[in-house]
Design a protein around this ligand. Structure first.
Ligand code: GDP
Length: 526
């Protein structure tokens, strides 16, 4: 095997998807702690008034104590290099959250076992589904009174439409949570509350081991009965079905008690895929090709309002990145010397020396890099599959000083290109409409318009419910559509036509009335 193939083969790039409060932050800390990447838990994210990692945070982020933009943490585990891409977990999450999922090879779905499948999990899983991303599931908080395990699996299967293969099964819950039975290895891992992440877990061989009946007769009897049912009602783990995104291995644990973390990391290393081929306009790129290539999936602005520097987050798709190398920015057809490239390690920003497919590198720039941009050593290839997502909330922009209209337009054009927010210009009328996936995006835009463009903007509510980009093979039909529905149509920053629906019913009726028009919930970057 070549060195390059070995490096690619030992990489795992994933994100955690969950509804707020399911335990993503806790789990992230435990994962980093467990892998030895951080010394004490509680330093990952300055949530709820805690510490802030560095000065890289946006003002607004500091004020609200939440993470506006996702960042990247890299750590080693069992001779593998694991990249964990963080996704904002607050309900004010943004389109960034969605786009991060286009840069991972697998995802870890964390479910609060007391609550089951929640709204944000459904949305995020649907985004993973666009690329058939393999999903590992953790049922968290078993140290609490939680819902029946079979019922939880059933809910995942019916609501998320993914088959469940339980890998571990809980013994008791809440005050009587005793541990989990590992179905694959026929062993019982005993739970002791309050253990440290590196403490050994006691293991008992065999489900029928009499020791279990001595320790907790009631719970083990119940677990044996449940397992009879489980064997009939659930699916065995089949690696291919996991890799195609059709089946998820399910683990039960308690992040806060460090219980189940090791199993998750092992599953990631043993089963989750290393970086695969990436699609570009001209051809498919293999991760083990010699030449470097990468695409931008996220741009983080700020940092200091006086300096308009931004960090473009690039996912490496092939080759080897080395400090000081030169590569080409394809859209601008410009050579870039990568001297100041950074990454975000668990302990803050560090200089990267080398990176391979699956790794994320950060490229500082002054606003000339956009989401979806491709970089390569020479060959002209544009990566595909980095979409814009149909916004779920809308505002009309107004400015306090009408003389600033030019600055407003310029600012919104740039913020739109950067992917901070989507900007639609109605075909009929002079308003500008902003579309976002999370409401916080509007605040970010308002603060950046004020700081970077000197524009005081106010946002008003609209009657728009959702947007769908439209296309049609029949140009005449599209013309008719445009003519008749001129009041419901707009163009985005890339000049793509979008239908702005006032309600779900309105969208449905329009789709029924215009069967030949295709309504898209995502749009590829131009
Ligand atoms: P996030 O919003 O998904 O990042 O969730 P957090 O990690 O902030 O966790 C939300 C709350 O659940 C916090 O109060 C955690 O202490 C708590 N929590 C996380 N994991 C567990 C667990 O395994 N058991 C219990 N009882 N609480 C947990």
């Amino acid at each position: 095997m070549t060195d390059l193939a070995r490096e690619v083969g030992r990489r795992r790039t994933f994100a955690i998807i969950s509804h707020p409060d399911a335990g993503k932050t806790t789990l992230t800390e435990k994962l980093l702690y467990f892998s030895g990447a951080i010394q004490n838990a509680g330093t990952v994210k300055g949530k709820k008034g805690g510490k802030f990692a560095t000065s890289d945070w946006m003002d607004i982020e500091k004020q609200r104590g939440i993470s506006v933009a996702s960042s990247v943490m890299q750590f080693d585990y069992r001779d593998h290099v694991v990249n964990l891409l963080d996704t904002p977990g607050h309900q004010d999450f943004s389109e960034d959250t969605y786009r991060v999922l286009t840069a991972v090879d697998s995802a870890l779905m964390v479910i609060d076992a007391a609550k089951g499948v929640e709204a944000q999990t459904i949305k995020l899983l649907n985004v993973c589904r666009l690329r058939n991303t393999p999903i590992i599931t953790l049922m968290n908080k078993l140290d609490r009174e939680v819902r029946d395990s079979l019922e939880l699996l059933d809910e995942v299967e019916s609501v998320l439409e993914i088959r469940c293969a339980p890998i571990t099964w809980p013994i008791g819950m809440g005050k009587t949570f005793r541990g989990v039975y590992s179905i694959l290895t026929d062993t019982v891992l005993l739970f002791t509350p309050g253990k440290g992440p590196l403490d050994e877990v006691e293991i008992i061989e065999g489900l029928n081991n009499p020791r279990l009946d001595e320790l907790f007769p009631l719970e083990i009897e119940n677990t044996r009965m449940e397992l009879e049912l489980v064997r009939g009602a659930s699916h065995p783990f089949v690696l291919e079905e996991f890799l195609s995104g059709d089946l998820t291995p399910v683990f039960f644990g308690s992040a806060i008690n460090n219980f189940g973390i090791r199993e998750i990391l092992n599953a990631l290393v043993d089963w989750a895929p290393s970086p695969g081929d990436a699609n570009a306009t001209v051809r498919t790129i293999s991760p083990t090709e010699e030449k470097f290539s990468a695409f931008v999936f996220k741009i983080q602005a700020n940092m200091d309002p006086k300096h308009r520097d931004r960090i473009a987050f690039l996912r490496v798709c092939s080759g080897e990145f080395t400090r000081g190398m030169k590569f080409r920015h394809l859209r601008l057809n410009r050579e870039i010397a990568a001297n100041s490239v950074v990454t975000f390690m668990a302990q803050g920003r560090e200089q990267v020396e080398e990176a391979y497919a699956g790794d994320i590198i950060g490229l500082p720039n002054h606003g000339n890099i956009q989401i979806g941009d491709s970089f390569s050593e020479g060959e002209l290839l544009a990566f595909t599959g980095i979409p814009y997502f149909a916004p779920e909330m809308f505002r009309i922009v107004r400015i306090k000083n009408p003389l600033k209209i030019k600055q407003l337009q310029k600012g919104l054009q740039q913020l739109g290109e950067e992917g901070a927010v989507q900007v639609f210009k109605p075909l009929n009328g002079s308003d500008l409409i902003l579309g976002a996936v999370g409401v916080l995006q509007f605040e970010v835009v308002a603060s950046r318009l004020a700081n970077e463009y000197g524009v005081e903007a106010v946002f008003e509510s609209t009657t728009i419910y959702t947007a769908r980009w439209v296309s049609c093979e029949d140009a005449k039909m599209l013309d008719d559509f445009e003519g008749q529905l001129v009041n419901n149509l707009g163009r985005d920053a890339a000049n793509s036509l979008a239908y702005l629906a006032t309600s779900r019913v309105n969208l449905q009726l329009t789709q029924e009335r215009w069967p030949k028009i295709v309504f898209h919930a995502t749009r590829e970057h131009a």
